[in-house]
Ligand binder design. Structure first.
Ligand code: HEC
Ligand code: HEC
Ligand code: HEC
Ligand code: HEC
Ligand code: HEC
Length: 379
């Protein structure tokens, strides 16, 4: 077969003419193709479509457009791979951009904002998979003088050098604004609308960071502060108030309701009136510290606006917030990596970093603390 083809090609007459033309066309085509590929990497080309969008303006403000060294990184430096195979794949994928451009998918700032998180996610995924290959065309571990960096950068770059995390795990939003604040507001609004429009059945969950439980349906006579995520049994609803029962464990003489026997994750904190009204269901002795734990029930009223109908849906909302925000500057840490005490300190530190609202951060914190390693186990 190969032999026959070779014979055919090495013949004289029209066959070699075809071959000759083919080779010449190939060379011209190759050159033209390269020129085309180069043009499609230029700043002018990329911004010819993205001009309308916000990314160009934001990029112009960033350290990658203007910096003391005068060395810029343009769009394609970060977004188009250098190795041939990967570059070709990116160009073929880019035909989808042409298609969406023709459709006008993101041709107004509003439409762009709507799609932005999804697009950013795609970029983050690509960069994480490639171990931030494009960044490393300019920044390399070997040429980075970490001892000239701030102590924070040095601490974090240890995780880079060890291969535990890659540039994009920590350096999101370096050339464009992070699309997260509007996303968080939208997530919250959607969740709240859904909650307000759905009926309460026999179970509910506290959806605010904290909700006051009172003895009567009027906000008077407080009994306890219930924390976000605390599961409740619904007794009845009257207007804007819901009568609920919270069940958990307390430690003898203690004011807190905990999630389980010998598991000091707080669901609620009671005042003296609340402690007086508690119904005891069973008692168990914790042998190591010789403490009696009681399974208890407390019944009272909470505002309808403080509770949602589905525990699963609530935690889905909270873990989505955690997944986005706590991944912005480093990978998320597993909840059982630290005991509650250490988590509290870490979470306090994150107050100045997080892009979540303080309320959202508190819900995320409640979730994190619920999964913290048991203090008892750490002893
Ligand atoms: C023909 C117009 C057009 C040109 C030229 C263009 N883009 Fe895009 N780009 C789009 C559209 C439209 C989208 C949104 C695609 C979608 O909705 O999936 C997009 C999405 C993106 C994304 C985000 C999502 C992803 O798939 O990675 C990046 C990054 C991007 N473009 C970078 C570039 C770069 C870099 C260049 C120059 C090499 C470029 N674009 C040239 C229209 C264009
Ligand atoms: C074309 C080369 C080039 C590429 C590609 C590049 N950078 Fe840079 N980067 C620079 C230069 C130049 C500076 C500015 C140095 C200075 O301040 O003089 C810089 C600055 C930085 C800074 C400090 C300033 C800031 O904005 O916080 C960080 C962080 C950074 N780059 C991370 C990245 C990451 C992450 C990527 C990949 C997504 C990347 N760079 C891709 C060249 C590049
Ligand atoms: C584990 C998180 C983490 C990883 C991974 C990481 N960085 Fe950083 N980097 C930081 C932090 C935090 C700072 C300090 C930011 C500040 O001071 O505001 C920093 C600072 C920098 C700076 C500025 C240094 C200075 O002192 O001027 C550059 C440039 C930079 N990083 C580039 C990179 C590049 C490129 C990679 C991948 C090769 C990378 N970083 C990986 C967290 C990280
Ligand atoms: C220093 C690297 C770097 C440069 C230069 C850069 N980008 Fe990006 N780009 C990113 C990263 C990282 C993301 C992911 C979102 C984020 O972290 O901000 C991104 C996201 C995007 C997105 C998705 C939407 C969004 O805002 O997240 C588009 C579109 C885009 N870039 C286009 C461009 C265009 C056009 C240029 C040139 C004007 C450009 N980028 C220059 C690193 C860069
Ligand atoms: C804007 C960036 C940013 C965001 C968002 C962020 N962090 Fe951090 N995180 C950091 C930096 C920087 C450090 C290192 C702080 C230091 O050592 O001073 C850190 C450290 C931590 C640590 C300690 C890690 C260790 O090894 O000691 C934990 C735990 C943590 N963050 C959890 C979170 C959680 C949970 C969230 C989401 C609510 C979050 N972070 C969101 C930047 C961020």
């Amino acid at each position: 077969m190969v032999k026959r083809a070779f014979k055919w090609l090495s013949g004289t007459g029209p066959r070699s003419l075809v071959l000759g033309i083919g080779i010449v066309a190939g060379i011209i085509g190759w050159g033209g193709f390269n020129t085309f590929m180069e043009y499609t990497n230029s700043y002018e080309f990329c911004t010819s479509c993205h001009e309308m969008s916000v990314v160009k303006g934001e990029y112009q403000e960033s350290a990658h457009a203007h910096n003391p060294s005068g060395v810029p990184a343009i769009c394609s430096d970060c977004h188009v791979p250098k190795p041939w195979g990967a570059k070709l794949v990116r160009k073929i994928m880019a035909t989808k951009e042409l298609y969406h451009w023709a459709l006008g998918t993101i041709d107004t700032p509003e439409k762009f904002e709507q799609h932005r998180m999804q697009l950013a996610n795609k970029v983050w995924d690509t960069m994480e998979k490639s171990d931030s290959r494009e960044c490393r065309n300019c920044h390399t571990n070997e040429t980075m003088l970490t001892d000239k960096q701030t102590s924070l950068a040095q601490k974090m770059h240890k995780k880079l050098m060890s291969g535990e995390q890659t540039c994009i795990n920590c350096h999101k939003g370096i050339a464009h604004k992070l699309p997260v604040e509007s996303l968080y507001a939208k997530m919250e609004a959607e969740y709240q609308t859904e909650t307000n429009n759905s009926q309460l059945a026999d179970k509910a969950v506290v959806i605010l960071p904290e909700a006051e439980m009172t003895a009567t349906p009027d906000g008077e006579d407080p009994l306890a502060t219930l924390y976000g995520g605390t599961p409740l049994m619904v007794v009845k609803q009257e207007g804007d108030w819901v009568q609920v029962t919270s069940e958990g464990w307390d430690r003898e003489e203690g004011s807190q309701i905990f999630i389980d026997f010998n598991r000091a994750v707080a669901l609620a904190k009671m005042n003296f009136d609340g402690m007086d009204r508690v119904e005891k269901i069973e008692s168990r002795l914790e042998p190591e510290y010789e403490l009696t734990w009681n399974r208890i029930k407390l019944t009272g009223w909470v505002p309808r606006a403080a509770v949602g109908p589905s525990e699963e849906r609530f935690w889905e909302y909270v873990t989505d917030l955690h997944e986005v925000d706590c991944n912005l500057c480093h990978k998320t840490y597993p909840r059982d990596k630290w005991i509650m005490f250490d988590w509290r300190n870490n979470l306090k530190e994150m107050r100045r970093y997080t892009k979540l609202s303080q309320e959202q951060l508190q819900l995320v914190s409640n979730w994190v603390l619920r999964g913290a390693r048991n203090d008892a186990e750490a002893d």
